[in-house]
Design a protein. Sequence first.
Length: 268
Amino acid sequence: MDNLRGRVTRDGIRIYEPSDFAGIRAASQVTADILDLVGPLVKPGVTTAELDTFITDEIVRRGVTSSTIGYKGYKHASCISVNHVVCHGIPGPKVLADGDILNIDVTVTVDGWFGDSSRMYVAGTPSRKSARLIEVTHESLLRGIAAVKPGNTFGDIGHAIQTFVEANRMSVVRDFCGHGIGRVFHAPPNVLHYGRAGSGAVLEEGMFFTIEPMVNLGRPETKVLADDWTAVTRDKSLSAQFEHAVGVTADGCEIFTLSPGGKFYPTW
């Protein structure tokens, strides 16, 4: 048995104690604040490496730790996924053009707790279809979160997301999912963004996990490039993603990664 507090369900999902909410809340708010601050820098002509450098410097300035630098050999403090990149895009010399959409994903560790979140940003002005994709993806996340309460199941979360996305003639990526979080970066359960209502493990107070739907304008299939990180849509259609970390409470859930400045959803 490990030395973490709380019990573990038969599905391998840790149930954290009420006193643990403060720890993950603090880490999550550092991540959310950094994502607030990077927003004004997202503009045409900026490189994704410059954005990552800003994020790295903010992490150092705050005296916290990047959870991704060194993780399975990864070398950056963020993943930045542009246009048809679904997730795990590596920051580099890519220069943003007017209308580019991008997801920035940041995780920090504070006193042993992991704070993980990602949001969409737009360089300049999005196209109508890009704006609609972002809108649907954001709303799908909110619908998934609305299904989080004791007695519901993880299938209820996925079903809420999938039915909304597909009703809008878009597709949910199946190759990547949300995950348990807390004092471990990635832990059970796998939080699928599709599924059947009433299926899967039952939600209990004290479960901490991320919900992070990836939505494509085209088909759901993805492929990973030769760098072993970057996942792209196979049909080169645009993709978007939003991610919150949440904890199940007695009567619903707490969103740990809320934007301090109300900037989680982009404006243009």
